[in-house]
Design a protein around this ligand. Structure first.
Ligand SMILES: [Zn+2]
Length: 216
């Protein structure tokens, strides 16, 4: 029994890139002739990372689509704030008189794993590659305006963590953990970041643990 008022449970694991990943960063500070569509990078290390907000937003939207729970008129996220809305409870909502309580899941930024950094150093590789994206002129059939887009190399992995706040009213929090697990599964069959329809951003969650134990 959970007798404390607040308990933190942790889901940890690795996000493994099965295909190249593009999560856009700002273009300011990019020199002329540089890549015009860069990925977001950690200013401290210069390595790409996956913002917790990107992960959270994607998982939330997939769950809402799957559970048919979102604002149908605007296509906006669910903000019903109802006490029994698992989406508003887990991911938060902006409703003033929300009954769903405090947002339960905190998605941390996911940084490049040490194993991946080792591999890059050993092989003297950059973590990203530049890829030309063309649009085909419909009349001439020729590719025009090639744009250089940056993506993180397939095969690299990131350490990720979700801190889950479990309150007394949530019991052991199994319902919350289950919905997050389902969200991660949905993401594996969808895509993270940009250009998913062109094959980017296929990910796999590896070595998942819950409070240090393998997450089944
Ligand atoms: Zn809701």
């Amino acid at each position: 029994m959970n007798t404390e008022n607040l308990k933190i449970r942790k889901i940890k694991g690795k996000i493994y890139l099965k295909t190249g990943l593009h999560i856009g960063g700002g273009t300011e500070g990019i020199e002329i002739g540089g890549i015009d569509n860069p990925v977001i990078k950690d200013p401290k290390t210069g390595y790409p990372y996956i913002p917790g907000s990107s992960l959270k937003g994607k998982v939330r939207s997939l769950l809402e689509l799957n559970m048919d729970r979102f604002d149908k008129s605007e296509g906006e996220p669910c903000q019903c704030g109802k006490a029994d809305c698992i989406i508003c409870k887990v991911f938060g909502n902006t409703k003033k008189e929300s009954k769903a309580g405090i947002t339960r899941a905190i998605f941390r930024d996911a940084f490049l794993s040490n194993e991946s950094i080792e591999i890059l150093k050993k092989r003297n590789l950059s973590a990203t590659e530049a890829k030309y994206e063309n649009t085909i002129n419909r009349i001439t059939g020729k590719a025009s305006n090639p744009r250089q887009s940056e993506r993180v190399l397939a095969g690299l992995s990131f350490d990720f963590e979700i801190s889950v706040r479990i309150f007394k009213e949530d019991g052991e929090g199994d319902e919350i953990i289950d919905i997050l697990k389902k969200g991660l599964k949905l993401l594996e069959s969808d895509a993270l970041g940009g250009s998913g329809s062109r094959g980017y951003g296929k990910v796999e969650f590896k070595d998942l643990t819950l409070d240090g134990n393998p997450l089944s």
